[in-house]
Write a protein that binds this ligand. Structure first.
Ligand SMILES: [Fe+2]
Length: 284
């Protein structure tokens, strides 16, 4: 007597075929991937046409990639996968992290405390300042605050031939008080590329392709786990519909008018403290 193969029979057969994968972590990842892919197919009753459309979409995504463009990372970003990977790997007690994004450049120039990282024509002058501490609030000397952002035309230096190299980028090293400050411009929203398959996906979903205005930072200190994060502008209209789901409440700051004790050459002041945890601490 023959019996009909069920979906779970097939899933178990595929899992069994991968169960002797020598590398234990790869074995774990493959098993979970197979289970979830199969469950997705059963749950949705995926049709052959939909299956093929999905494969064609992934093919187009790969074909859109080149040395400059990484459409798969963009796809991961707009599905919230990049943010989720970031979240499940976060260190307890540290400043919340968020996506690195595609525009980081290593070896930005070291700048004097308070120096402008860009040019006057880059936008509304702003001062960003704060202190880098450990989890107990003790200031960290020798901490590095590596910051970068787009100009008010929504472009990073790497995208804009009119900006000099390393415009709106800089590295600041804290002294004994753990404090840092730099002049920059108030950040603006900018669009993520929407001329590829990911743009098609966003349009099909009725979503927008704008990032909430932000300044990027990588904060590190010897013996501590680096934090890759953003500072978001509390007044930005895309704060609650950031295309890549990067916004976390703890990273949102007011760009407030300067007070009497603040420098007169800026229109806004934003305060952002950073907390680092030791490399071997829980969750790190
Ligand atoms: Fe960015």
């Amino acid at each position: 007597m023959t019996t009909t193969t069920t979906a779970s029979d097939l899933t178990n057969e595929v899992l069994s075929a991968h169960s002797t994968t020598p590398d234990p972590r790869l074995r774990e990842l493959l098993a979970a991937l197979i289970k979830h892919l199969h469950a997705f197919t059963v749950e949705t009753g995926l049709t052959p046409q939909e299956w093929m459309a999905g494969l064609q979409f992934l093919t187009s995504t790969g074909q859109k990639c080149d040395d400059e463009r990484q459409e798969f990372i963009l796809l991961s970003d707009v599905l919230g996968l990049s943010s989720l990977v970031d979240l499940v790997n976060a260190a307890d007690g540290a400043t919340e992290s968020t996506v690195l994004g595609p525009f980081y450049r290593p070896q930005a120039p070291h700048r004097a405390m308070g120096e402008h990282i860009g040019r006057p024509e880059d936008g509304d002058p702003a001062l960003v300042r704060g202190v880098v501490t450990d989890a107990d609030g003790a200031p960290l000397a020798g901490a590095t605050v590596d910051v970068w952002q787009a100009s008010s035309n929504g472009l990073y230096d790497t995208q804009d031939p009119d900006q000099p190299p390393f415009n709106l980028r800089g590295v600041f090293v804290t002294g004994a008080d753990g404090r840092y400050e730099f002049r920059t411009v108030r950040p603006v929203s900018y669009p993520i590329p929407d001329d590829g398959p990911v743009g098609d996906l966003l349009r099909a979903s009725g979503r927008e392709h704008w990032r909430a205005a932000h300044v990027h930072a990588i904060v590190s200190a010897p013996g501590f786990r680096p934090v890759i994060t953003h500072l978001f502008d509390a007044q930005n209209e895309y704060l609650h519909r950031d295309a890549v789901f990067g916004v976390k409440d703890s990273l949102v700051r007011e760009f407030a008018p300067p007070g009497p004790a603040d420098p007169p050459d800026v229109r806004y002041v934003a305060e952002m403290n950073f907390v680092l945890v030791r490399e071997n601490s829980p969750g790190a």
